[in-house]
Design a protein around this ligand. Structure first.
Ligand code: PBG
Length: 327
């Protein structure tokens, strides 16, 4: 054939491939989500997330040290709260002595350089299992009352030492309210990574198992976004940016790479993607059965986030991927 263009020439050896490679994954792109529980010397396996554990605070500190040695700069903390501490008003969320804040203080003391991201939402503390407060009569999720609670949780989180807050609740106006309160209290250096486009997704199943935080009634469709919508993510992104978010996040990850890409095109803010529990579980399950090569699928998935334009990836694979990248 008389071909002027032969794209395969550029792929003909690993040397060429590595030279023309457009994207690369780095350990510093990764944030490791970790689950914390009460007790001492406890590592409770999470059945639907092989390789992930609910860690007591002492074990959590050890795990964070290991991650830090691997070059990971940030972890995101999710507490498994005792059922008896869950109430309808979720007041445990801003109790200065709660598990989340005790863990944060211990981590900051042991490992001050590790960036700590705190989840802002009521579901781990709510007897209803919703991110927002539920109106007892109508069962509706109350927006403005929830934002007030989230502000209390945010201020207590900043006081406990969290470097970055991740409002994962999807209430309207929460970024602005949290930013304002943080600034007023002298926390102008605390970052907000907003869950900007968080979808009402079935991919969160294993995470809700890990925290026993599934909604007792109904679903999250009146606050989390409809999986059918892409354009609406741009509306949320414009609002979060205007309200003062430092980083915009898309969640779940791989099924929503188009949303990552759209936000990347429209915003100058850093973009994060959350490779969620169900995505992790699917890869682990198929690999356990020998149906896929788990390591290769993991690395290909993480690279896909970079190609779509994500700067930051929250992933339960952080440790495994860091080990491979450091090899
Ligand atoms: C709740 C929250 C969820 C996740 C992070 N924060 C679950 C939900 O919205 O029901 C999911 C994370 C994952 O699946 O890995 N505020």
């Amino acid at each position: 054939m008389n071909l002027r263009q032969r794209p395969r020439r550029n792929r003909s050896s690993e040397a060429w491939r590595s030279m023309i490679r457009e994207n690369a994954l780095a350990v510093t792109d990764l944030i490791a989500p970790l689950f914390v529980r009460e007790g001492k010397m406890q590592r409770t396996a999470i059945a639907s997330m092989p390789g992930q554990f609910r860690l007591s605070v002492d074990e959590l500190v050890k795990e964070a040290r290991e991650l830090h040695q691997l070059g990971i700069k940030a972890i995101a903390l999710f507490p498994a709260i005792d059922e008896k501490k869950k109430t309808a008003d979720a007041r445990e969320a801003w109790n200065e002595e709660n598990l989340n804040f005790r863990a944060a203080r211990a981590l900051k003391e042991a490992l001050p350089e590790m960036l700590l991201m705190g989840d802002i939402a009521l579901d781990p503390y709510s007897s209803d299992g919703h991110d927002g407060l539920v109106d007892a009569c109508s069962g509706k999720i109350l927006n403005d009352e929830t934002v007030e609670a989230l502000v209390k949780q945010s201020l207590a989180s900043a006081r406990a030492g969290f470097d970055m807050l991740g409002p994962s609740d999807m209430m309207d106006g929460r970024v602005q309210a949290i930013r304002h309160a943080l600034d007023q209290q002298g926390f102008e250096q605390t970052l907000i990574m907003s869950y900007t486009a968080k979808y009402a997704s079935a991919f969160y199943g294993p995470f809700r198992d890990a925290l026993e935080s599934a909604p007792k009634k109904g679903d999250k469709k009146t606050y989390q976004m409809d999986p059918a919508n892409g354009r609406e993510a741009l509306r949320e992104a414009a609002l979060d940016a205007a309200e003062g978010a430092d980083i915009l996040m898309v969640k779940p990850g791989l099924p929503y790479l188009d949303v990552v890409y759209r936000l990347r095109q429209k915003s100058t803010l850093p973009i994060a993607a959350y490779h969620v529990s169900g995505e992790y579980a699917m890869i682990k399950a198929a690999a356990e059965r020998g149906w896929i090569d788990g390591e290769k699928v993991m690395m290909e998935s993480l690279l896909a986030f970079k190609r779509a334009g994500a700067d930051i990836i929250l992933t339960y694979f952080a440790k495994e991927a860091a080990r491979l990248l450091n090899r």
